[in-house]
Design a protein around this ligand. Structure first.
Ligand SMILES: Nc1nc2c(ncn2[C@@H]2O[C@H](COP(=O)(O)OP(=O)(O)O)[C@@H](O)[C@H]2O)c(=O)[nH]1
Ligand SMILES: [Mg+2]
Length: 398
């Protein structure tokens, strides 16, 4: 139904899905169904095993992947000497069920891939990142083959690209893309020679994670993860490339229908002066998630200032969403002007006919459509703000 797609971001599929799960139930069960769905989504775990030789940049990667610097609270210790020979899990600061594991170094004398994988309890990882900071060696391929044999996935990462590029830049006729292509091809050739059939290598810098091949790596991981794990990966990634910014927006958009419905179901009293009902706490929590995942919450902005040398005022001046100075009923309602104008009456009727239970809630169809429009507007604004902040800080930050 075109009209629905135009005026409301809820897709036909989404509605049918909601209808199937709740239309025959009473209101309390419908509320529980949606709450449970959202809760389960937040419980999905992701375990990433980061492995490689000692000194290759494992701990640096573990920190950068979680959006942390090397000396921040909760970061893994890094340095010229490997400090631990044990696996250690580092929780994502915002998504605690995302664990990035700093695994012991490989390639020690008598290294055996099968014993190593047993030692680190290979079953627990959704995938491995195998980091090499120079040449890939036999220990890397041995490990890759054993990981494959165990039915798990891995990605080869060539780290410390910033060092390579700084050195190459001194040469005349420096061409970054060409240099990267040559290094990538060289790594892949090296791996082919030592027995990997169709190798793909991602060039990364733990010190400047947003540069080089992070987008390609992120795309590949996302594509190969099971559907239910993609969301948590995209939410947890630091917002350091425009591609990630866009994907975060898409992922968050997919929940708007359910959150709006929940807000309409839970609220039974109309917003004073309006013909709709909405639960502010639910809407507020969702908008807070937007700020958090885009890294526009105050603690994240402060960190970005330290890295980029910009002030909070400078960054906030790039942000236009009416919610940037606080998420409260007044700022939420300020989104309403634009939102309520575009809710077409026949679309409301259509939604109400699909989900009859909405009729029992105060102005149900209208509330649902209005709140989804508001959330969509908030998300669009916040994603755009994040994009502008990112563009302004790129080059000097992350
Ligand atoms: N320039 C640069 N240095 C890096 C990078 N990754 C790691 N290092 C440095 O290399 C050393 C070893 O890194 P670390 O993460 O501790 O390696 P690990 O032993 O594999 O955990 C440290 O001094 C890091 O600061 C990188 O991408 N670029
Ligand atoms: Mg380490």
């Amino acid at each position: 139904m075109d009209m629905l797609e135009d005026y409301c971001i809820i897709t036909q599929e989404d509605l049918e899905d909601i209808k199937d799960s709740i239309s025959t139930q009473d209101l309390p069960s419908a509320i529980n169904t949606i709450k449970e769905y959202l809760k389960q989504q937040d419980l999905v775990e992701l375990n990433i095993g980061v492995t490689g030789e000692s000194g290759s940049g494992k701990s640096t990667f573990v920190n950068a992947f979680r959006g942390l610097g090397d000396e921040e609270e909760g970061s893994a210790e890094t340095g010229p000497v490997e400090t631990t020979m044990e696996s250690k899990d580092y929780l994502h600061p915002k998504y605690k069920n995302v664990k990035v594991w700093d695994l012991p170094g490989i390639g020690t004398p008598n290294f055996k891939a099968d014993e190593y994988l047993k030692l680190v309890q290979f079953e627990r990882y959704d995938f491995f990142i195998i980091i090499g900071s120079d040449r890939f060696r036999e220990c890397h391929t041995q490990l890759a083959k054993e990981i494959m044999r165990m039915g798990k996935k891995f990605y080869f990462v060539r780290s410390k690209m910033d060092i390579c590029i700084t050195a190459e830049k001194k040469k005349k006729n420096f061409d970054q893309k060409k240099t990267l292509d040559t290094i990538r091809a060289d790594c892949e050739n090296g791996l082919r020679k030592i027995g990997i059939e169709d190798p793909v290598v991602f060039l990364i810098s733990g010190c400047e994670l947003g540069k080089y091949d992070l987008n390609q790596l992120q795309e590949r991981m996302e594509k190969e993860l099971p559907q239910h794990k993609r969301r948590v990966l995209m939410l947890a990634l630091p917002n350091i490339t425009l591609e990630i910014n866009e994907k975060k927006k898409k992922i968050l958009e997919a929940n708007i229908g359910k959150v709006a419905l929940l807000s309409a179901f839970v609220a039974t009293v109309p917003v004073p002066g309006l013909s709709i009902a909405m639960d502010f706490a639910i809407v507020k929590k969702e908008i807070e998630t937007y700020y958090n995942t885009f890294g526009l919450d105050d603690p994240s902005l402060k960190k970005l200032c330290e890295k980029s040398g910009k002030t909070i005022e400078e960054l906030k001046s790039l942000m236009k969403s009416p919610l940037r100075f606080g998420i409260n009923p007044a700022s939420i309602l300020s989104l309403l002007g634009a939102a309520s104008l575009v809710v077409a009456e026949n679309a409301v009727e259509y939604v109400a006919s699909l989900i009859p239970i909405l009729g029992t809630v105060v102005a149900g169809g209208m509330s649902y459509m209005t709140v989804s429009r508001m959330l969509k507007r908030a998300l669009d604004d916040i994603a755009e703000d994040a994009r502008n902040v990112l563009i302004a800080s790129v080059g000097t930050a992350v």
